[in-house]
Unconditional design. Sequence first.
Length: 91
Amino acid sequence: MAIEQRKDSERRRAFVPGKVVAAAPHFTGYCTVRDLSPRGAKLAFGVIPKLPDIFELQIPSQGKSHEVELRWQRGVQIGVHFRSTRKYVET
């Protein structure tokens, strides 16, 4: 139970736009970042996405781009773990 409490206390509610970019299968789409923690995020999509295990999550409003690993998916919501983070550069 202490682990769950620690996990919950590190999460912050968020409602910011994000962009997902995957190489294989090729996918670019937009999502809403619903929760953020130092180690990951919960994302919501308008339709059920088919994503690979590892992809890029861009959060322009925070100036960050994360390489993420898909941890869980429930319909249009997914949970990701941050593998690495770099400065977001708009292309």
